[in-house]
Design a protein. Structure first.
Length: 466
């Protein structure tokens, strides 16, 4: 297995080099040469595996033998040893047609932990094996930053800088990042929104001289290994639902709260590998560029809105280009032209034929603020289960997009304690986990910068050269 760029000018890249490259050197995103096709017998054999064993099996198709099995196993075991549930991503049955995949049992109570705990181990492994400095640079709409920091804080040979939009993440999300006191961590609070932060990250990775001189490495889902790590829990969830139904289950829908298209692209990859997935239901909020694309075939940012689900307050989805590549039959030249058009004109439209392919694979629903809060309240009353606002968007999308009789797994992407601002608006008082309560008594450490690239570069160079 080798890796290539969606824009066609980078190819034949090994697994570790693809991991270290992050964003492809031609500005595209790295994807595997081929997507492995899993026979039914393999899926059946995997049904009784533990989460960690399943990681090993799926990764074996993508690592090209570059990591000795025992060394990979040690990283996998270390990555998930800190999770609060022994299943890592347990599945909760709500009724005959709805299950919740709980992805919030890691150190920062969010789904990003599942990939980023592993990536932290992997960066430490590469730094030691290759004897290199690694400077991780990422942007966050709330959860990626905290998860990434927890994955690499205090590790030798690694520094991490996270950009986040000032005042546009929840208080708990901010505290999870800024109360970390390790010297290898820098938090930059940036004037603007997440899209501004992500745009600067991509510009810095596209500057190959700056990238090389400063040993930049990617933590955002532009890094394919993050997508791969998230693909695992789609398989795991399907197998748990199948077992709950006596092994007799056909296709299963997945509803995914997403703003950056990374988590749902992981589900798309699982489906392409052969997992019996029905609809991939894309749940978003008022920042609904992705809903419009799926319904109309037009990809165009609208007005940015602050919502109750801040991790999805994104207009330009970093992973959209990966899906565009596949829906356009892997035509890298066309992808490159369209992405150049998007950069110059701010809009992409696809053909009617391509749109039919999109709509055969995806459904979408944009959840407004009141609908999100009503879903939290109604679900608590009916099932005694408290949803965070992102998970509530996923559940609301199921109600709109799944047909009667279909089985759907909705991804529960964060613990509700991370978003108490929204929960309190529903008239619900919740008790916080001790780990989150403790954050409010800790000192914060962050640097505030204006939303200008030169200001970010100045702070990065000071941090990297310290």
């Amino acid at each position: 297995m080798k890796y290539k760029s969606t824009r066609g000018k980078v190819s034949n890249i090994g697994f570790i080099d693809a991991f270290m490259m992050g964003l492809a050197d031609d500005g595209g995103l790295l994807v595997p040469d081929t997507i492995p096709q899993l026979p039914e017998e393999t899926l059946k054999a995997w049904q009784e595996l533990s989460y960690q064993e399943l990681v090993m099996e799926i990764f074996s198709y993508f690592t090209n033998g570059e990591i000795p099995e025992e060394e990979l196993r040690a990283m996998v075991q270390a990555s998930y040893s800190t999770f609060r549930d022994p299943e890592v991503t347990p599945v909760r049955r709500i009724n005959d047609e709805l299950y919740l995949l709980e992805l919030f049992h890691g150190p920062t109570f969010a789904f990003k932990d599942i990939a980023l705990q592993f990536i932290g181990q992997f960066y430490s492994y590469v730094a030691e094996k290759r004897g290199v400095k690694i400077h991780i640079l990422g942007a966050t709409s709330g959860d990626t930053g905290a998860s990434a920091i927890q994955g690499v804080r205090g590790k030798d040979g690694i520094k991490i800088c996270i950009l986040f939009p000032t005042g546009k993440v929840s208080k708990v999300q901010e505290l999870q990042m800024t109360t970390v006191q390790d010297d290898n961590v820098l938090n930059l609070s940036v004037d603007g929104n997440f899209d501004d932060c992500q745009r600067m990250i991509k510009e810095l990775f596209a500057d190959l001289d700056f990238k090389s001189a400063n040993h930049l490495a990617a933590i955002n889902s532009i890094n394919f290994v993050r997508i791969l790590a998230q693909t695992v829990y789609y398989f795991y969830a399907y197998f748990q639902v199948a077992k709950a139904n006596g092994g007799k289950i056909g296709k299963v829908n997945f509803s995914v709260p997403t703003g950056n298209f990374g988590d749902i692209f992981a589900g798309y990859l699982a489906k392409r590998m052969g997992l019996p997935v029905g609809k991939l239901i894309l749940a978003t909020n008022e920042n609904n560029i992705l809903e419009r694309f799926i319904q109309e075939g037009v990809y165009m940012p609208g007005d940015f809105r602050i919502t109750y689900s801040p991790s999805m307050d994104i207009q330009v989805a970093s992973n959209f280009e990966r899906y565009l590549y596949y829906v356009l039959d892997e035509d890298a030249a066309l992808v490159e032209r369209l992405m150049a058009q998007f950069k110059s004109e701010g809009e992409i439209s696809i053909s009617e034929e391509a749109l039919r392919k999109v709509q055969a694979e995806f459904a979408a629903h944009g959840v407004d603020g009141q609908e999100c809060l009503d879903t939290i309240s109604d679900f608590q009353t009916k099932y005694g289960y408290l949803l965070d606002p992102h998970t509530a968007c996923g559940v609301a999308a199921v109600q709109q997009c799944a047909d009667e009789g279909e089985v759907t797994v909705s991804l529960a992407t964060a613990h509700p304690a991370k978003f108490d601002e929204a929960i309190r608006l529903c008239g619900i008082e919740q008790s916080f986990p001790a780990e989150i309560t403790a954050l409010f008594d800790k000192p914060q450490r962050q640097v505030h910068v204006e939303g200008k690239l030169e200001d970010v570069v100045r702070e990065l160079e000071k941090f990297y050269n310290a």
